[in-house]
Design a protein around this ligand. Structure first.
Ligand code: CU
Length: 71
């Protein structure tokens, strides 16, 4: 398992978390998502040694309406 961490700008509530979870969860290989509107942190885990594709995660978060940056 490989986990990568991102800082997300613009989340304010649980609905934001759900939107991000929905979009990022569609990325192939992603098996775990932890997201907190309170801290702005997003943790994305894969089932393999290979980390999640940064570009795909950032694009998925953008699709949800927020901005993610690799920490
Ligand atoms: Cu919200």
């Amino acid at each position: 398992m490989s986990t990568t961490e991102y800082q997300v700008t613009g989340m304010s509530c649980g609905h934001c978390e759900i939107s991000i979870r929905r979009e990022v969860g569609q990325i192939p290989g992603v098996e775990g998502i932890e997201v907190s509107a309170a801290t702005g942190r997003l943790l994305v885990s894969t089932g393999s040694e290979a980390p999640a594709d940064d570009d795909a995660v950032i694009a998925a978060v953008d699709e949800a309406g927020y901005v993610a940056a690799r920490v």
